[in-house]
Write a protein that binds this ligand. Structure first.
Ligand SMILES: [Zn+2]
Length: 114
């Protein structure tokens, strides 16, 4: 028997992958967003934030592809421009950390944002 596994599709490369291997991203609530009202997309590291999420590999190429085809907005049901700066820098850090010796220096940076 094959164990049923939760699989999600990466909005960048469109490949399917187990959800544990993907990053979940969500839209920040309007109150916490930018003053100009542009939706802000942030990584949902615990994968537990409420609302609609989208899934991505921890890969800058996937972030880039998703941005170019406006997949963030589509997946998160918003129109127009979205701010994905937080996701970009998160993935950049993450893949950077993965490519090196991990001495536990990179982990705690994300938690200071409410
Ligand atoms: Zn991908």
């Amino acid at each position: 028997m094959v164990k049923a596994q939760s699989v999600r599709t990466c909005i960048g490369c469109r490949r399917r992958a187990p959800r544990q291997s993907l990053l979940r991203v969500v839209i920040k609530t309007a109150e916490a967003g930018r003053p100009d009202g542009m939706p802000v997309i942030v990584p949902d590291r615990p994968r537990s934030a409420e609302g609609r999420g989208a899934w991505l590999h921890f890969d800058e190429r996937c972030v880039d592809q998703a941005r170019r085809r406006s997949a963030f907005g589509r997946a998160l049901k918003t129109s127009g421009q979205v701010d994905i700066g937080a996701v970009e820098s998160f993935v950049k850090d993450e893949s950077f950390a993965k490519g090196r010796d991990t001495n536990g220096t990179s982990a705690s940076r994300m938690s200071n944002e409410q």
